[in-house]
Write a protein that binds this ligand. Structure first.
Ligand SMILES: Nc1ncnc2c1ncn2[C@@H]1O[C@H](COP(=O)(O)OP(=O)(O)O)[C@@H](O)[C@H]1O
Ligand SMILES: [Mg+2]
Length: 164
């Protein structure tokens, strides 16, 4: 199942990310695909906020993976935030330790996830972000290839951004 949306500001992208957070279950990975400045980090900030994280979330470009503790709601203990921009396609699963951590009640958000989609297991949602017509317009497309969250996706969580 797919859902797409258009946002008109960074705040709207964050709000959409918070809606996306309601879909997440332990072990799931969200791959973010889009150019520099597309809003991948902004979207991650929204996901983090939706999970109840109030620490500032910035792109872990130099550390590769940042780990944020979650207060355990819905059984999720950790948000892992990876950025593969500088890593390139040579990255190996062991370098990231994502697979292992995902099993431990974590969820992972991976910027530039297209670089190594096979790294992060199968329970993936994919979000592509592209520039819309205006400077601050972004088109967000969420693909749930494996129909992990059809029921929630069919619900109202995403409708505010769908017809604008
Ligand atoms: N609709 C929007 N959604 C997300 N970011 C937006 C939007 N409009 C403008 N921006 C700006 O675009 C930039 C996105 O940056 P960032 O999230 O770091 O992108 P990425 O991580 O994809 O490189 C920020 O400066 C943000 O303020
Ligand atoms: Mg980024």
């Amino acid at each position: 199942m797919k859902r797409s949306a258009t946002t008109h500001s960074v705040e709207e992208t964050r709000a959409w990310g918070a809606a996306l957070a309601t879909l997440l279950e332990p072990g799931m990975t969200v791959l973010l695909i889009g150019d520099l400045g597309a809003g991948k980090t902004a979207l991650t900030q929204g996901i983090a906020a939706g999970l109840g994280i109030d620490r500032a979330v910035t792109s872990p470009t130099f550390t590769m993976v940042a780990s944020h503790e979650v207060d355990g709601r819905r059984g999720i203990s950790t948000l892992l935030h990876a950025d593969l921009y500088r890593v390139g396609s040579g990255v190996e699963a062991d370098d990231l330790a994502l697979g292992e951590l995902v099993e431990e009640a974590a969820v992972a958000v991976v910027e530039w996830g297209n670089v190594a989609p096979e790294l992060v297991g199968h329970d993936q949602l994919i979000v592509t972000l592209t520039q819309g017509e205006g400077d601050e317009d972004r088109i967000l497309e969420l693909t749930d290839e494996r129909n992990l969250c059809n029921e929630k996706l069919a619900g109202e969580a995403f409708t505010p951004w769908e017809h604008s």
